[in-house]
Design a protein around this ligand. Structure first.
Ligand code: MET
Length: 269
């Protein structure tokens, strides 16, 4: 009996230490935004594929605003991040003199104009205040959305960056209020309308019927595809490439469609 116990104990120790070392070398920490039940369900599917197919354990670090994940990626406290689109990454690299790179595409989520006071963009009154995100790429995106909703005109087009200075016609004399993207949902109580990135709309549980306009998907939309970013030095890291493969599966597509049946997020690989 003693021999059996020793063998069993040794076996347990052996298995445990073996598991630990392989887990350590194949654990990838991904920075994502505030947890929502929808995104948790999608990442659960990705995690299962990563584990079952590649033996990779995914860990997640949650962030509440767009300025944190790329800093954490740059300083090595996370391995990858998955929260931004191409336009944001480009602006980030320019402004911060970094060279973070995309290693794979994830999804696209149209930005919406929300209002808790008006049911139609036509009902937004003269001199009303409209909130937009204040980072360069999302502010530009919001201005193009106000343009395509017929509220303003711009002197830029295509994927050229727009700023409030590019507004050439503003028949309702709307006041554009620039806020951190993370504040745009909360601002709905105090403004006529607000342009809110979908992740913040989901996190704030904004009712779908408060969306009074959705950004159309067209030839200029590629810049809004969300991606998985890595440091440039890690762009050929085999394990990180496997994380991308674990994301880009039919099972993930199905989960995205199940979680966002009305197209809040759409697979984009
Ligand atoms: N998921 C957000 C969006 O597509 C990303 C914005 S850029 C940080 O609107």
């Amino acid at each position: 009996a003693i021999v059996v116990i020793v063998v069993v104990v040794a076996g347990i120790i052996g298995v445990t230490s073996h598991k630990k070392s392989s887990a350590n070398s194949k654990t990838v920490n991904i920075g994502i935004m505030t947890s929502t039940k929808q995104d948790d369900a999608i990442w659960k599917v990705v995690s299962k594929t990563a584990k079952d197919k590649y033996g990779i354990t995914l860990k997640f670090t949650h962030f509440t605003d767009y300025t944190q994940p790329n800093k954490a990626l740059q300083n090595g406290s996370i391995d990858l991040d998955a929260f931004q689109h191409y336009a944001f990454l480009n602006e980030w690299n320019q402004a911060n003199k970094t060279d973070l790179v995309s290693i794979g595409d994830t999804m696209i989520s149209p930005i919406h104009i929300y209002s808790s006071k008006y049911k139609d963009v036509k009902d937004i009154p003269d001199n009303a205040t409209v909130a937009v995100p204040n980072d360069a790429s999302n502010e530009s995106r919001a201005l193009y959305v106000l343009k395509s909703a017929g509220l303003i005109k711009l002197d830029v087009s295509g994927d050229a960056l727009a700023t409030p200075k590019d507004v050439t016609e503003n028949p309702k004399h709307l006041v554009i209020k620039e806020l951190d993207a993370a504040q745009t949902a909360r601002a709905l109580d105090s403004v006529a309308a607000s342009v809110v990135n979908f992740n913040y709309a989901t996190a704030a549980k904004l009712p779908e019927n408060q969306s009074i306009y959705a950004e159309p998907i067209n030839k200029d939309s590629a810049q809004w595809i969300n991606l998985i970013a890595a440091k440039k030095s890690e762009k050929n890291n085999k394990i990180y490439k496997e994380v991308v493969k674990a994301y880009e599966t039919a099972a993930t597509k199905k989960a995205i469609k199940e979680q966002y049946p009305t197209g809040g997020e759409l697979p984009a690989w």
